[in-house]
Ligand binder design. Structure first.
Ligand code: ZN
Length: 132
Protein backbone atom coordinates (compact mmCIF):
# COMPACT_ATOMS: atom_id res chain seq x y z
CA UNK A 1 0.00 0.00 0.00
CA UNK A 2 1.31 3.43 -0.89
CA UNK A 3 0.16 6.45 1.08
CA UNK A 4 1.01 9.95 -0.08
CA UNK A 5 0.91 12.60 2.59
CA UNK A 6 2.02 16.22 2.74
CA UNK A 7 2.31 18.14 5.94
CA UNK A 8 4.23 20.93 7.58
CA UNK A 9 6.91 19.84 10.02
CA UNK A 10 8.67 22.63 11.85
CA UNK A 11 9.03 25.25 9.11
CA UNK A 12 9.07 22.96 6.08
CA UNK A 13 6.36 21.48 3.92
CA UNK A 14 7.27 17.80 3.44
CA UNK A 15 5.73 15.21 1.14
CA UNK A 16 5.96 11.56 2.18
CA UNK A 17 5.45 8.46 0.09
CA UNK A 18 4.82 5.68 2.57
CA UNK A 19 5.38 2.39 0.79
CA UNK A 20 4.54 -0.55 3.03
CA UNK A 21 3.43 -3.98 1.93
CA UNK A 22 1.17 -4.38 4.93
CA UNK A 23 -1.79 -1.99 5.04
CA UNK A 24 -1.64 -1.72 8.83
CA UNK A 25 1.98 -0.60 8.75
CA UNK A 26 1.27 2.00 6.07
CA UNK A 27 -1.64 3.35 8.08
CA UNK A 28 0.37 3.22 11.29
CA UNK A 29 3.04 5.47 9.79
CA UNK A 30 0.47 7.70 8.08
CA UNK A 31 -1.36 8.19 11.37
CA UNK A 32 1.85 9.15 13.13
CA UNK A 33 2.72 11.64 10.41
CA UNK A 34 -0.77 13.08 10.00
CA UNK A 35 -1.60 13.61 13.67
CA UNK A 36 -1.81 17.24 14.71
CA UNK A 37 1.02 18.70 16.74
CA UNK A 38 -0.72 18.99 20.08
CA UNK A 39 0.79 18.43 23.51
CA UNK A 40 -1.59 16.34 25.58
CA UNK A 41 0.50 17.15 28.65
CA UNK A 42 -0.03 20.92 28.71
CA UNK A 43 -2.70 21.32 26.00
CA UNK A 44 -0.84 23.59 23.59
CA UNK A 45 -0.28 23.19 19.88
CA UNK A 46 1.91 26.14 18.94
CA UNK A 47 5.06 25.11 20.84
CA UNK A 48 5.71 21.71 19.23
CA UNK A 49 8.85 21.05 17.21
CA UNK A 50 9.94 17.78 15.67
CA UNK A 51 13.36 16.44 16.57
CA UNK A 52 15.36 13.32 15.92
CA UNK A 53 18.19 11.68 17.76
CA UNK A 54 20.14 8.47 17.93
CA UNK A 55 21.15 6.46 20.96
CA UNK A 56 23.27 3.38 21.34
CA UNK A 57 22.12 0.46 23.46
CA UNK A 58 24.66 -0.14 26.20
CA UNK A 59 24.33 -3.93 26.03
CA UNK A 60 23.63 -4.70 22.41
CA UNK A 61 25.64 -1.80 20.97
CA UNK A 62 22.94 -1.24 18.36
CA UNK A 63 22.02 2.23 17.25
CA UNK A 64 18.41 3.31 17.71
CA UNK A 65 16.78 6.22 15.90
CA UNK A 66 13.99 8.20 17.50
CA UNK A 67 11.64 10.85 16.13
CA UNK A 68 10.13 13.08 18.77
CA UNK A 69 7.55 15.80 18.93
CA UNK A 70 8.99 18.07 21.61
CA UNK A 71 6.88 20.60 23.49
CA UNK A 72 8.84 23.74 24.30
CA UNK A 73 6.10 24.82 26.69
CA UNK A 74 6.31 21.97 29.22
CA UNK A 75 9.30 19.90 28.05
CA UNK A 76 7.28 16.80 27.22
CA UNK A 77 8.16 14.52 24.31
CA UNK A 78 6.07 12.20 22.22
CA UNK A 79 8.56 9.67 20.89
CA UNK A 80 8.33 7.24 17.99
CA UNK A 81 10.80 4.46 17.38
CA UNK A 82 11.04 0.78 16.58
CA UNK A 83 10.34 -2.07 18.96
CA UNK A 84 13.20 -4.49 19.32
CA UNK A 85 10.89 -7.12 17.88
CA UNK A 86 9.79 -4.96 14.93
CA UNK A 87 7.00 -2.49 14.37
CA UNK A 88 6.71 1.02 15.75
CA UNK A 89 6.04 2.33 19.20
CA UNK A 90 4.59 5.78 19.61
CA UNK A 91 4.46 7.15 23.12
CA UNK A 92 2.09 9.70 24.50
CA UNK A 93 3.49 13.08 25.55
CA UNK A 94 5.48 12.64 28.74
CA UNK A 95 8.18 14.53 30.60
CA UNK A 96 11.39 12.56 31.02
CA UNK A 97 13.01 12.88 34.42
CA UNK A 98 16.69 11.90 34.20
CA UNK A 99 16.64 10.52 37.73
CA UNK A 100 13.34 8.75 37.72
CA UNK A 101 12.68 7.89 34.08
CA UNK A 102 9.32 8.77 32.67
CA UNK A 103 7.13 10.58 35.17
CA UNK A 104 3.48 10.48 34.15
CA UNK A 105 1.65 13.72 34.78
CA UNK A 106 0.25 13.84 38.30
CA UNK A 107 1.96 10.57 39.14
CA UNK A 108 1.73 9.51 42.74
CA UNK A 109 3.44 6.14 42.50
CA UNK A 110 6.45 4.59 40.80
CA UNK A 111 7.20 5.88 37.30
CA UNK A 112 5.98 3.64 34.51
CA UNK A 113 8.52 1.35 32.97
CA UNK A 114 8.22 0.65 29.31
CA UNK A 115 8.23 -2.91 28.14
CA UNK A 116 9.39 -4.27 24.83
CA UNK A 117 10.81 -0.93 23.77
CA UNK A 118 14.18 0.12 22.57
CA UNK A 119 16.19 2.17 25.09
CA UNK A 120 14.91 5.62 25.92
CA UNK A 121 16.21 8.24 23.53
CA UNK A 122 18.10 10.04 26.26
CA UNK A 123 21.75 9.06 26.46
CA UNK A 124 21.50 8.79 30.23
CA UNK A 125 19.26 5.74 30.07
CA UNK A 126 20.23 2.77 32.20
CA UNK A 127 19.68 -0.09 29.83
CA UNK A 128 19.56 -2.50 32.75
CA UNK A 129 16.14 -1.03 33.52
CA UNK A 130 14.79 -2.11 30.14
CA UNK A 131 13.29 -5.60 30.21
CA UNK A 132 14.13 -7.72 27.16
ZN1 ZN B 1 3.46 20.63 26.56
Amino acid sequence: MIVKLTRKINNSQITFDIDERETERALEMATFLATDDYCFNCKVSDKIKWQSNRAKGKEDGKEYIYVKRHCYNCGADSTMGKYLTGGLFWKQFEVYDKGEGVAPKNATSTPQKASNEAPHPADEVNIDDIPF
